[in-house]
Design a protein around this ligand. Sequence first.
Ligand SMILES: [Zn+2]
Length: 271
Amino acid sequence: MNIFENDEQGYLGWIRNHPHGFVVNCDNKLKRYFRLHSATCAYIQSKAGHFTDTAFIKACSDDRKELERWIKQHPTPKKRKPHSYCLPRAGPPIGRSTGRVSKKPRIDRSGRPEKAAPRKSRRPASMDKYKIAYNYVVGADQRTVLPAHHNYQVSLKRFLQGEERDLEFEKDFVDVTFTVGQKSYIGEIKVTTYLSVSEAFRTALGQLLEHAHLGPHRQPGMVMFLDQPVDSGRIELATKLGIAVVVQQRNSYVLLNPQVAPSLRRVFTSS
Ligand SMILES: [Zn+2]
């Protein structure tokens, strides 16, 4: 068993190299919280980071029983149940049911494992993750929500909540609806965990046009919320279609094409 505390690289390396392994997310005092996950679970490897350097640390092993015994050694933990998302009681856990994912690191000339080239968006490591990613892209299942998407939604909510804006999240198959002045807006959030920014743009664009036309709102304003800036050609296209593009940058939300909806300048930072 490996315990990773203040060791982000070590932890991320371990889960990358042990796709069939298990991880216990626990508080660093080992007193109150113990939650067993599959090493492929999205909840313990989101983009947000800080897996081992806050009040939480990670215990990792290929042997699930070993971790379960270890959890039991600690008195009165509040949460001992395995994470139901990745380790449901019935059936094989998510990310472990189909095929074998070859995750042996390639060895470079010096005998060290080769480092993977940095990529902007991660590709899913298994069929089940592909399914999750696919559902996310096409919006097939509103409950298929990635941790990064959830985080985006939470901070956007906090940001928009300040004033009376009839704010609603995940209603009528739209990520967010709000009003500015007399105008109501529908918003699609797309994070680039599994998507390139152009794919995120494309799917948000399609979903917004469809919802605006078929949804219950009467000629709503359309806003796509991205986590990365998009190129000028695409901004031009969005502008032509009347879609505002907002990018989250640290704690602010930047409106890339304010000419689409000048009233949105009151809400978002203009670029
Ligand atoms: Zn999990």
